[in-house]
Design a protein around this ligand. Structure first.
Ligand code: GDG
Length: 473
């Protein structure tokens, strides 16, 4: 474990989960996220350190190594989990940043906890960052960290990346702490967003609310510093997914899934964290109405919906879970037949192999968020379709819609529009689906997540080349 590092990643979660080992001790298991796959090579090339919360409330955890990655745990108390994580992060910022799809709550004690926890992350980062190091801060839970870092350590090169949308000024303005958040982000040299729209919203807000001069993607601070705000659309390890999809195990499992669902039936698939931004009920409603109207028959079609448990202690998420349970129960009660339910609903999380097998088994992938920073599920589906088969129905409000132009794009608020798209994708001739899938595959395979990480870090090193050391790509 190095004492100091040239590259420091700061994210809410560490890329590992706490597990009980067979010998009775507690250990760690790598949680397979896109972010760690992307950052693994740059972390290794630069002896990087990753700072994050390991989940839970253990407080005496020391820095450790996991499979060659240096990890530094930041602990949270039970109250902080409630106020900083479930409260301010997931019941205030998350809904505001997603078009106010759910009503955000504002509580001053949540904000206080957000400040405290952000400071703890910043202090940990400066402990391990070498002189002139690059610190890359991730996501909406840690928006105050960039300025805190700058105050403590002006020698650092600081990048920030937001994985979720950055809202229009009219929505952001509701936040009682809007100015503090903008100032927090302005501590960075480069602020990265999924879409150029997010970057533009940010620059406009900085001009309006903080009063700094701006020009295009640049913000000029009174002290002479320049900050850049730009889009870096995230992607996936496309080759890795394709390889997994081609493996014998996944191929066999995909065939089993098809058999279990009924070989004759075509498979619609949704995979999401159970989140109200993902539009799960609306898409199931569209499908159910098609069955009810006789436009689809349960002998010919089934909808498999996987909803991965998420933020289960946040009230809005409990309400949504009940709503889905009720809805699926009613649809299957009304429209299913013995052994052939209309919707096959799974509230569970699965290993990556099972995800790939589901992608391989699905004829029509349905991704219909009301708002989504990018949506990696859509890209993963495309990466797994090495046979150029399969159709993608995709919300125009997912960042991915910008790149996956050949999907059947839908407005998730328009149930009739979604019904038409589902039917069109269902009946599309092979020639059409192949042409679309080929084009989408070219896009997804051309720019993977490693390229995303490189381009962000390159962008960061170009801002003030004379200031700080350069990270090896
Ligand atoms: C945020 C932004 C942005 C899901 N269930 C299981 C599982 N997953 C994996 C998927 C995919 C990832 O989780 C979900 O990523 P998404 O992009 O779809 O959505 P969010 O979780 O909301 O992610 C989003 C992303 O950050 C990256 O910047 O694209 O817009 O909201 O990779 O495969 N993986 C496994 N088992 C599961 O049950 N193994």
């Amino acid at each position: 474990m190095p004492d100091s590092a040239q590259l420091v990643i700061v994210a809410n979660r560490l890329p590992v989960d706490r597990v009980d080992l067979p010998d009775g001790t507690r250990g760690w298991r790598r949680s397979p996220g896109g972010l760690v796959t992307a950052l693994d090579p740059v972390m290794r090339a630069n002896d990087g350190v990753w700072i994050g919360w390991p989940g839970g409330t253990e407080s005496d955890l020391e820095p450790f190594e996991d499979d060659g990655l240096s990890l530094v745990p930041v602990s949270l108390t039970e109250d902080e989990i409630e106020e900083f994580y479930e409260g301010m992060s997931n019941a205030t910022l998350w809904p505001i940043y997603h078009d106010v799809v759910a009503k955000p709550e504002f509580h001053r004690e949540w904000w206080d906890s957000y400040v405290t926890v952000n400071r703890r992350f910043a202090e940990k980062a400066v402990e391990v960052a070498e002189e002139g190091a690059t610190v890359w801060v991730h996501d909406y839970q840690l928006q105050l960290v960039p300025q805190m870092l700058r105050d403590l350590r002006p020698d650092l090169r600081i990048g920030f990346y937001l994985h979720i949308p950055f809202p229009p000024a009219e929505l952001f303005a509701q936040l009682p702490w809007r100015r503090q958040i903008l100032e927090g982000l302005l501590g960075a040299d480069l602020v990265g967003f999924q879409m150029s729209g997010g970057a533009q919203n940010f620059v406009r807000l900085v001009r309006q609310r903080v009063g700094h001069k701006t020009h295009r993607d640049l913000v000029y601070l009174p002290d002479g510093r320049t900050i850049r705000a730009a889009a870096f659309p995230i992607s996936i390890d496309a080759e890795g997914f394709e390889e997994l999809a081609r493996s014998e195990g996944v191929t066999k499992r995909a065939a089993e899934i098809r058999e279990a669902l009924g070989e004759e039936r075509r498979v619609f698939l949704g995979i999401d964290r159970l989140d109200y931004t993902k539009g799960i009920v609306a898409r199931l409603r569209a499908f159910a109405e098609l069955v009810e109207e006789g436009k689809l028959d349960v002998d010919d079609a089934v909808f498999v919906q996987v909803a991965t448990p998420s933020r289960e202690r946040v009230e809005q998420y409990r309400i949504l879970r009940d709503e889905i349970d009720r809805f699926v129960g009613r649809v299957n009660g009304d429209l299913g037949r013995i052994g052939t339910p209309a919707i096959s609903y799974l509230h569970s999380s699965y290993p990556r192999e099972e995800m790939a097998a589901l992608y391989r088994a699905a004829d029509i992938m349905v991704v219909t968020p009301y708002r989504d920073g990018m949506n990696l599920v859509a890209k993963e589906y495309v990466a797994c379709r090495y046979d150029d088969a399969g159709a993608l129905v995709l919300s125009e409000f997912a960042g991915a819609a910008d790149e996956l132009r050949q999907a059947w794009q839908v407005n998730p608020y328009d149930i009739n529009g979604m019904k038409s798209a589902l039917l069109e994708a269902f009946h599309a001739p092979e020639k059409d689906t192949t042409r679309r899938m080929r084009a989408m595959r070219r896009t997804v395979l051309r720019k993977d997540v490693a390229a995303w990480a490189r381009s962000f870090l390159e962008g960061l090193s170009e801002i003030r080349p004379e200031h700080g050391k350069t990270v090896r790509p």
